[in-house]
Design a protein around this ligand. Structure first.
Ligand code: SF4
Ligand code: ZN
Ligand code: ZN
Length: 330
């Protein structure tokens, strides 16, 4: 059997499964899987994302990116000596969420990681499409806010040190450049490889795929034989991010490794970007981060349901977590 254009693996001489332009490497299946695991471990160490004894909650969507993150983190448990559990948020989107949920649960089973599922409709009686219609905002904006709220809430209730997000370097480069163009400099600070939590009500965030390309996450799940959701969310909209992505892709095409260098320089200078000033208070209803007296989740749910739901949701999430008796540890 011949590999990529008849090339042989740079490590072992077997037929190559892929060529990585940014690393100038032909790799066979086994050495590609090892290489990505090594990239994740190197980024975790370089940016000090995980300390021995850390408790990490991985957000898993059922997509290739978070599945790559969960699989690679699960392989590093013993070596880096941390605890890992997973959380899936079921958004209730027709033709998408039920498949996402079953794939996320299956990937967690394969990785041997306990998975909590938080179903939005069980929390507030509405799914994302209905909630977005009632608040008259674009679905992705409502969905992003709900996911951020629930991830932080679950992280706080589970007492973890950080929530791990499956953002890969292509998406992060787009978000960072978009925020730069719009001069939302405080938001750039939130997009580094690691953000610290504080005071027990804001949980830290880590991005183990900070230096992993999207193309490599797709190949990783394919070569590892892991199921993943290939259909895109029907509510997905591209906006200006599509043009920024095309620009960054052309830079990468002309200069392989450009995006890695860009994100590394952002990580080196992240402290120079202004500190986000938002969300430093505790919501007087649910205790979660808030710009004012009441958090945006409580305000939004009060507007559409006549009652702020933050505290109810917190109790329900606490109940789900209490049923997770232990997490897998290294
Ligand atoms: Fe949510 Fe938008 Fe992503 Fe769909 S595309 S899961 S609505 S953020
Ligand atoms: Zn090889
Ligand atoms: Zn609240």
């Amino acid at each position: 059997m011949r590999g990529i254009r008849g090339s042989l693996c740079s490590r072992c001489g077997n037929p190559a499964a892929t060529y990585l332009r940014y690393a100038k490497l032909n790799l066979c299946r086994e050495h590609f899987l090892d290489y990505i695991l090594d990239r994740v471990e190197t980024a975790v160490r370089r940016y000090r994302m995980i300390k021995p004894g850390s408790r990490i909650l991985a957000a898993v969507s059922g997509g290739k990116d978070s599945s790559t993150m969960l699989l690679t983190l699960s392989k590093l448990l013993a070596k880096l000596e941390f605890d890992l559990a997973a959380l899936h948020i079921d958004l209730g989107i027709d033709g998408y969420s039920s498949e996402a949920r079953s794939i996320a649960e299956e990937v967690c089973r394969i990785a041997g990681i306990r998975c909590m599922v938080v179903r939005l409709e069980d929390m507030i009686g509405l799914n994302i499409p209905k909630l977005a219609r009632r608040v008259r905002r674009p679905p992705c904006s409502v969905c992003g806010a709900v996911k951020r709220y629930l991830l932080n809430l679950a992280g706080v209730e589970a007492g973890v040190d950080a929530v791990a997000l499956g953002h890969h370097l292509d998406d992060l480069a787009v978000y960072i450049l978009k925020n730069f163009l719009l001069q939302n400099l405080e938001d750039i600070r939130k997009l580094g490889p690691k953000t610290e939590g504080y005071d027990g009500f804001v949980v830290g965030r880590i991005r183990p795929l900070y230096e992993v390309y999207e193309r490599d996450t797709a190949l990783y799940v394919n070569l590892a034989g892991i199921p993943y959701q290939s259909v895109e969310c029907p509510l997905h909209s591209i906006g200006m991010e599509g043009s920024i992505r095309a620009f960054l892709d052309s830079m990468e095409e002309n200069s392989p490794g450009f995006k890695i260098a860009f994100l590394r320089s952002i990580a080196r200078s992240i402290d120079k970007y202004p500190q986000p000033r938002d969300e430093v208070n505790r919501c007087s209803i649910c205790g979660m981060p808030s710009q004012g007296d009441v958090c945006s989740f409580c305000r939004m749910t009060e507007r559409v349901l006549g009652k702020p739901m933050g505290l109810d949701v917190r109790m329900k999430v606490r109940d789900i977590i209490s049923r997770i008796v232990s997490v897998k540890s290294g």
